[in-house]
Design a protein around this ligand. Structure first.
Ligand code: ZN
Length: 138
């Protein structure tokens, strides 16, 4: 018998709501500065590059490369008990150097895993309309 807990779902706030609303429509948008065009992720109150507060959300390609990874063996992460071991990856999106997002991969992807591997966003349905962007090797 399984005592697995559900995976975490997004809890949007005023800063992150546009990101999560777009994800529900299976679109990836990131906060971008209207003054200098720098992407900020996670969303900020002021641009990391120029401190402007003129920030908006824009669609991005959803394409990137694996910047780094780790294998997660811990079996008591809520919602992920039955998936361990799995792979945590840091994705660098193609839009900007050091524009990073986190994701995970099934352990079945281990043979294809390497730094620099190309990835593409996919959208994981966690039930009740909650959608979480994830990346997969392409
Ligand atoms: Zn800026």
């Amino acid at each position: 018998m399984s005592d697995a807990r559900p995976k975490p779902i997004p809890i949007p706030d005023d800063l992150t709501r546009p990101f999560w609303e777009a994800a529900r429509e299976r679109r990836l948008v990131l906060q971008r500065c209207a003054t200098c065009n720098y992407y900020n992720h996670p969303p900020r109150h002021a641009c990391d590059a120029c401190l402007s507060q003129q920030l908006r959300f824009e669609p991005v390609s959803g394409l990137g490369r694996i910047h780094t990874f780790t294998i997660m063996h811990q079996r008591d992460v809520p919602g992920f008990e039955s998936e361990a071991p799995f792979i945590n990856i840091v994705v660098e999106l193609e839009e900007q150097p050091a524009l990073f997002m986190l994701s995970n991969l099934p352990i079945s992807e281990r043979d294809r895993l390497r730094i620099g591997a190309p990835v593409k966003v996919e959208f994981e349905d966690r039930g009740n309309g909650e959608i979480v962007p994830q990346f997969r090797i392409c």
